[in-house]
Design a binder for this molecule. Sequence first.
Ligand code: SF4
Length: 741
Amino acid sequence: MIASPATATTHYRICPLCEACCGLEVQVEGSRVTRIKGAEADVFSHGYICPKGYALKDLHEDPDRLRQPLVRRNGTLQPATWDEAFAEIERRLVPLVDQHGKDALALSLGNPNVHKMGLLLYTARLIRAVGSKNIFSASTLDQMPKQLSSGLMFGNWLSVPVPDIERCDYLLVLGANPMASNGSLWTVPDFRGKAKALRARGGKLVVIDPRRTETAEAADAHHFIRPGADVFLLAAMVHTLFEEQLVHPGRLDDWLNGSDEVGAAVARFSPAAVAERCGIAAETIRGLARELAGAERGCVYGRIGTCTQTFGTLSSWLIDVLNVLTGNLDSKGGAMFPKAAAFAANTMGKPGVGRGVATGRHSSRVSGAPEVFGELPATLMAEEILTPGPGQVKALITVASNPVLSCPGGERLDQAIAGLDFMVSVDIYLNETTRHADVILPGMSPLEDSHYDVAFPALSYRNHARFSPAVLAPSAGSMPEWQILLKLVAIAQGLGAKADVLALDDQLLAADVARLAGEHAPAVLAALAGRQGPERQLDLALRSGPYGDQFGGKPEGLNLDKVAAAPGGVDLGALQPRIPEVLRTPSGKIELAPAILVADLARAGAALKEPAPAFSLIGRRDVRSNNSWMHNLPVLAKGPERCTLLMHPGDAAALGLSAGQLATLTLQPGRQVQAPVVLSEAMMRGVISLPHGWGHDMPGTHLTVAAERPGVNLNAVLDETLRDPLSGNAVLSGVAVVVSA
Ligand code: SF4
């Protein structure tokens, strides 16, 4: 229901501010938000809300949020009509692509894309329409290793197993802080409550992290580990399983390829061989392997810290190797595959077998880095813009993306973007990246949009389907993101800026339905009549999905009307075993020893011999922050300064540093950043922590609140040439750094 100006009404809205996807109750009077709280009736989050959830009000009301297009005229960005903005894009972009080719136009996609149904569904259409090899996204900044290892093992990029936390009795967490994040590549609102329940029923929570995080504080045991050493710890745990005959995959035995190869591949990584490099005693490593093997319902979960390192894909793989070998994969209380009601590729096509995944279908022009899941590493964007020659990137479309703050080498990228021939940004802020745009196209407030989580049900601790309609009527002159993106599709396809986007939407949907339904397409299209845009795509996905009504074939099944009518959504039950049905590998089995991963262990073996740096750097997650995109919201910006350098008091004393003093970090010659020191016994000796996504003090931005306490841009000085060669993911953790007063 849309609120009328005269009444105070309460509305259900799925929170779009992080991966936990909590259901909220938003009370409005007219167009004013008067209260936000967790929705008790939500079948998935049961009333949970974190401090960020309240910030939806600030986001909606933020005077800095752009509400009409901006077009650069005579060097400055000036308000324009939608028609003027799209005409300018057609005038400048089309000849540029005609002259230099499709690859001359790059796309940069940011993390908020995945939190708006219209953005995610129609960005996919834009990528296809643009046809460029130069697609960059936040995925290669923090998660591509897990997608690649999952794809190689299970056959689909997004078949990522997640902890079945409500039935687990032993949870081993590496490089993740779900107490602050409520999960990442794991949608788990109120992790705190669930971890507490796990311990209350006699379970054990163990955390491995270079910092005693909020999650570690709540755990039964915490072990410091040297940043970047996860691969060695995990390989040594696998080694122990083989050495002590603790390998028991259980029913998965029938669906496994490569167990023996894995045993042979980790032979060199004995606990004794890796202990010093990890900073964990060999007997402790053996003990961790035995505990996991002995747990009735155990699970290993690793996240950001295990992905953002040079061995990110190996670490991500070994986590699931441990889950498989201990019989905890696809088993109740272990690491399980959610079954999403809509959009999940591992619910489509023939069950149990598929084409698997491949990388390197094309390579980046300058460094020759392989494409992974259709993308090139985000850290290569600057060189693709700056290096002359055929295929050079001359124009850029950013969609909810701020790589100047979120991508290593941000300062160089900032200069590169400033020199582009043309740039369009679909964004609600004039930020550190969009300040270079020639045209900015702002979407709507989340409260003005309906929502269904397209991606996160495939990563959720429990199966569910939830839809939230728009809370508020769209403000005058606004345009939904899906229509903005369709206009760009039309321009890219040569249909022109004046193309009828609703007719184009009909055409594109008809093509989708023809592929899906064949001869039944006319009947399916007729059944979808009455809706447009993302909601129509959602109805199609729900009805044809694993719980769907199959357009009348299963009348008791789901469709959008049913999901929308259910207060707090539809609970689809606890996670269920899905092997072999979930697999999409050509063999129809779990590939435990993919050749490129086994081969990459040689690189890890060589690195094991290298000494650990005197100081290494890690990031950190704060419950009131999420990358770079919430620093302008007053309710989150208040409180203690967050862009601070955490270090152990002993390390600080040895360097002559004290609390509050500015420390200088030198990451490579000529690249330095300074940040105030906060002393913390929670830090491992020789490790410092500085969060990324800060540095809101650049000219030409309009982020009033963020600029008051801008912090420093760590990514300006991180080395963009460091990446995991398999996934192309940036290396952000375990980077060697020189610290001085
Ligand atoms: S945990 Fe995430 S989804 Fe839940 S209220 Fe906080 S920001 Fe929103």
